[in-house]
Structures are given as C-alpha cells and as structure tokens.
Design a protein around this ligand. Structure first.
Ligand SMILES: NC(=O)c1ccc[n+]([C@@H]2O[C@H](COP(=O)([O-])OP(=O)(O)OC[C@H]3O[C@@H](n4cnc5c(N)ncnc54)[C@H](O)[C@@H]3O)[C@@H](O)[C@H]2O)c1
Length: 451
C-alpha cells in the first residue's frame, strides 16, 4: 500500500475534522473545547439517547457551566453533530480522540469491553493519514499493545506508518473542565516521534495549556496512574493521621493547615473514604501485571481508605452507643459534593458498615430523586422519618448541605461530617440543634466538651 505521510501541521489545521468517540461527562466538554477553537466535531456514542439529544441541541452533561448553550449553538451552526456510526465518523475525520470508559469490576479486574468495541469500530473506518489519540486512563502498555493491535487488525493498516497513534491522559475534573483544559499541562506520548509530534501540534491548536511530550505512550499512561495513586496514598496517610489525632485528642485539620505552610508538605484531607471512578480505581490499573508486587504502599493505602467507612461507623457508635435497631441518615450518595456521579461512592461502604451494626440506613441526596436513590439500592429518606433518626453521617459535601435544616431531627445526637465539608455556620447550626458535630480527625471523644 502507498504510505501517506501527512504534514504534522495538518493536524492543527482548522479544517481538519475531529471525531470524539464517547460523548460522556468528559467527551462532550472536549468536543465543546475543540469547537471553541474553530474546529468541526463529529461526536460518536453507542447511546442512541445521547446521539438524539445532542443532535437536538441538548447537552446531557449538567455539571459544566455554559455547556448547554455551547452545544445548542454548535449544533445549530453545524460545527457539532452526533452519530452512532463511529466507523463512518472516523472516515470523515482527520483526528480521532477516544474517551470511552475503562472500569474495574468489584473484584478489581480491568474491564476493557467498551474500549475494545470502540477500537474495533475506529479501526473499521481508519484510513491512511489519520491520527488516533486515546485519552481514557489505561494500564501501562495498553495503547502500544492491545489498542494498537485492535486498530491494526480492524483496518489492515500499520500504526506509526499508515496512521499515527498517541496517548494523552485526560486530567480534568468534572465541574470545571473548561478551566482545567486551559490550565493543566497536556501530557502526550506517541508510539513514534511522528505520532508524538502530530498529537502535540493538535493539542497546541485546541488548548490554551502547555503541552508536555513524553518518550512513549507507556510513559504518558504511567503519568496519570502515578498522579492519581499518589493522591490515594496521600489520603491514606491523612487517614492514619486522623485516627492518631482522634486517639490523642488532637485536631488534624488545623495541624494539616499549619504543616502545609511548609512548602514541601502537601498533606491531603482525611475522611470517610475515597470514591469516584478515578482515585480508588487507578491504583488497581497500576498494580496489575508484572512488577506490581513491589507496589506495597498503593495496596496498603487502598485497604486503609476503604476501611474508613468502618471507622466512621465506630465513631458514631462510640458517641451514641450501639446502632442496632436505630436509624441513621446518610447524607450524600454521590461520591463527592455537587457532582451527580456515584461510581465507587463511599456511601456504599458506609451503608454496609452501618447495616452490619444493625442500623437502618436512610439515604438523602439533593442531586438524586427517590426513584434513582432506590434504583441504587438505598432507602430514600422522607421528612416524616426525621424524628426516628439517631445519627447523621455526611458523606458528600454538597453545597446544599450548608443550609440544611437540622432542627427536625429531635432524637439525633450526632452529625459525623465524613468530609469536613460543613462550614462553621452549618456546624454551629448542628450544635444549636442539640447534636454534636464531629469529623474524622477532630480529636473529640464521647463525653468531651466543645473544643
Ligand atoms: N469523569 C471524570 O471526572 C474523568 C476525569 C478524567 C478522566 N476521565 C476519563 O474519561 C473516561 C470517560 O469518562 P466519562 O466520565 O466521560 O464517562 P461517561 O460514562 O460519562 O461517558 C462515556 C460515554 O462513552 C459512551 N460509550 C461507551 N462505549 C462506547 C463505544 N464503544 N463507542 C462509543 N461510545 C461509547 C457511553 O455511552 C457514554 O456516553 C474515564 O474512563 C476516564 O478514563 C474521566
């Protein structure tokens, strides 16, 4: 076959169409970012509902400010359209950005099914002169082996020769993706120099942020895994400090604030556990395969952080006595405040820990309706149950909780803030309502007076 080697600058050209494969919480804001930089985007998704909604000018991603308007405008001007036919979109595009999920099962096995299916569809439409960039977080070696093979098999082309292939971890967080894309350096590694240069040129043309090139796709994959695992390990250390603080009557929050004034100290925040589909998941990507036995701290940190739900339940019990036969209100089933996302939420571990002690657990979350709360396996809280609640555990620091009315909870004696998320006015409102306000690492023991 005739080799077609496109000029690197073509990938930065405004006329080069971009296919974004996976139009979820990250993919749709990415499409909007490229459109803001004058590019045309074809979004690909296997969900007919997502495709229909976007083609009708509606964003299904609610967390990003202004995205609704941007999607409506981009669809009406023809800069954005969605399709379920990934192969056809790839035929029409010059650059293909892949951001479909790779998850772990409850047994911590990596689940590549969505990524394999997306890669087969991309390969079916792949032609010479295109650039494929994977952005989904991946175990080291996935792009250069599994995904490269899938693309080559489906297309009959050779990566690095006929088409270019790179990996660039997506490091943004839901809720402020536009800001993160503008400011976080974009890390890029290709399977060869040309792939790296093409991906670098592409990102320089669509992001305001600096681009950092790595020696290979493996190196770029490694970056995301070590930055996320670092956070899990750091939180585990904070959690061990919290237990120590509670044991010794010390306040961890003020100690960390003081310690972190030393520029080399970056201690994170202790809490009831670590949720979401990144921080508690990517250590398992890292700990997979050859050489993983040496990763003892990440393994231990996972156990420490997952053990914090039991610790939270212990603290509630040490405050009000055995929980058997008593009702507990779990505030927040989302994995973190103000984001409607419940993947690997600590709420699950807390519910198990509380129920293991015989408590009846009711769940509240302003971002989910009762039907959704029930579908996730929780019993929704109803206001008429307030008088039965013996304890409250705040699991997600939703801003709505700053003004939550704690006064109807006449029998409740304790609010354990698992995120240290209530501000001083809300904490004062809790105490004014006759309950003790506790958080992980506050050093307060049952029977202690106010500090
Ligand atoms: N959500 C975050 O905060 C975040 C942050 C940084 C990086 N990431 C990375 O982004 C990835 C995607 O996360 P997300 O939050 O956007 O997920 P999401 O579940 O919101 O969206 C994924 C989309 O991909 C679609 N999809 C699944 N299989 C497909 C296929 N074969 N072809 C086309 N579309 C397919 C789904 O229908 C869905 O719309 C994560 O796995 C992670 O690696 C996520």
């Amino acid at each position: 076959m005739q080799r077609t080697r496109p000029a690197i600058a073509e990938f930065a050209d405004k006329t080069a169409t971009i296919a974004v494969v996976g139009l979820g919480k990250i993919g749709l804001p990415l499409a909007a970012q490229y459109i803001r930089h004058g590019r045309g985007v074809i979004g690909c998704d296997i969900s007919p509902q997502v495709v229909r909604g976007i083609n009708a000018g509606r964003s299904h991603v609610q967390e990003e400010p202004g995205l609704d308007e941007e999607v409506a405008a981009a669809v009406s001007t023809g800069r954005l359209r969605a399709t379920g036919d990934t192969a056809q979109a790839v035929r029409e595009a010059r650059v293909i950005v892949v951001i479909v999920p790779v998850m772990v099962s409850d047994a911590h096995e990596v689940d590549f099914r969505a990524m394999d299916a997306a890669s087969a569809a991309i390969g079916a439409g792949l032609g010479p002169g295109k650039l494929v960039i994977y952005e989904t977080t991946l175990p080291v070696g996935t792009t250069s082996s599994r995904l490269r093979k899938a693309l080559e098999e489906a297309s009959g082309l050779t990566a690095g020769e006929d088409f270019l292939l790179a990996y660039s971890p997506e490091r943004v967080s839901s809720g402020h993706i536009e800001r993160d894309l503008r400011t976080y350096p974009k890390v890029v590694g290709g399977i060869n120099k040309e792939s790296t240069a093409a991906a670098e040129a592409f990102y320089r043309s669509v992001l305001g942020a600096p681009v950092m090139t790595m020696a290979s796709t493996d190196d770029a994959e490694f970056v995301k895994l070590i930055e996320t695992t670092y956070r899990d390990v750091n939180i585990a250390l904070a959690n061990e400090y919290a237990r120590f603080a509670d044991e010794h009557g010390l306040d961890l929050t003020s100690a960390v604030a003081a310690a972190n004034t030393q520029p080399y100290s970056h201690i994170h925040t202790a809490g009831a556990g670590v949720g979401g589909h990144c921080i508690p998941v990517y250590p398992y990507f890292l700990m997979r395969g050859a050489g993983a036995d040496g990763l003892t701290l990440p393994r231990r940190s996972r156990a420490i952080n997952d053990g914090m739900a039991e610790y939270a339940a212990d603290r509630v019990e040490s405050e009000i006595g055995p929980l058997a036969g008593r009702a507990v209100l779990l505030m927040g089933i989302a994995y973190r405040g103000d984001v409607k996302e419940h993947a690997f939420s600590t709420a699950r571990l807390l519910r198990t820990a509380l129920e293991r002690r015989g408590a009846t657990v009711y769940a509240h979350d302003p971002l989910y309706d009762d039907r959704e709360i029930t579908a996730l396996g929780y019993t929704p809280f109803r206001p008429e149950l307030a008088g039965e609640i013996a304890a409250i555990v705040v699991q997600a620091a939703h801003s709505a909780y700053q003004t939550f009315d704690f006064t109807p909870f006449a029998e409740c004696r304790v609010v354990l803030d698992g995120r240290r998320g209530l501000d001083s006015a809300a904490a004062a409102a809790v105490e004014a309502a006759g309950m003790r306000y506790l958080y992980i690492g506050d050093g307060r023991r049952a029977g202690d007076g106010a500090r």
